[in-house]
Design a protein around this ligand. Structure first.
Ligand code: ZN
Length: 239
């Protein structure tokens, strides 16, 4: 089990850790700030820094084969010869990239509030975010962009708390997503709240206030199928 420091504090950029596994599948640590791909959000990239200054570049982070495992994927050309179980490292994420994930991810929660239909697909990257809504009605690009701008400008606080699985079962309407069910089996589920706007189970990383999202626009609306409308978001400022 890797301690998931990003679940309690998504603003952590680095942490001290020790290697618990290093093999052909990748590198595991006793604790990490690297978010593993999941819930539609891309995995983190960054570096593992050894005490002698050597840096191992991490290009992606995935969940492992066993529950609770987080695997840091080294660059194909990385030299892993100095890495052993027990080796101390500083694990540091590419914060610029992650912060874009957090801004887009929080924006998708705002979109959920503007489009009150079930979500049946989601993808969050550093360059765009897209949400697929299970619905037949048309959506208007300009109206949604204006709605997002309003919610960003209103500076709503974004917080998380943990609720029991029993509490979740008693409130099935909390689950907005049809394809992504909250992770089960730990007895508790993480719930994200955008004050006065949105409440749903979510394990991803978010900014602390909607104002931190900055200018975001709807770049595309697609009819993916008879019952699916895809909304694509981009940042208004250049990358
Ligand atoms: Zn979320």
């Amino acid at each position: 089990m890797t301690a998931e420091l990003f679940r309690e504090d998504s603003t952590l950029r680095e942490c001290e850790a020790r290697i618990t596994v290093v093999d052909a599948t990748g590198i595991q640590l006793d604790r990490t700030v690297f978010y593993p791909q999941g819930g539609g959000q891309a995995g983190d990239a960054g570096v593992l820094c050894l005490t002698d200054g050597v840096e191992v570049r991490i290009v992606d982070t995935r969940k492992g084969a066993q529950p609770g495992e987080i695997v840091h994927l080294p660059a194909p050309d990385a030299d892993l010869s100095a890495l052993q179980v027990g080796t101390a490292v500083t694990a540091r994420i590419d914060w610029q990239r992650r912060h874009r994930h957090m801004r887009f991810h929080t924006a998708t929660h705002l979109l959920c509030a503007l489009v009150p239909h079930p979500v049946d697909g989601c993808s969050i990257t550093a360059d765009y975010a897209r949400l697929d809504f299970h619905m037949t009605e048309p959506l208007d690009k300009e109206t949604l962009t204006q709605g997002l701008a309003r919610l960003v400008a209103e500076s709503h606080a974004v917080t998380h708390r943990w609720i029991s699985e029993a509490e979740l079962d008693a409130n099935p309407s909390l689950v907005r997503s049809m394809s992504v069910q909250p992770p089960r089996g730990q007895g508790r589920v993480r719930v994200m709240q955008v004050e006065d706007v949105d409440l749903q189970p979510c394990g991803g990383t978010h900014v602390a206030n909607t104002a931190e999202i900055g200018p975001v626009i709807v770049t595309k609306i697609e009819k993916k199928s008879a019952k699916t409308r895809r909304v694509v978001l981009g940042f208004a400022e250049p990358a």
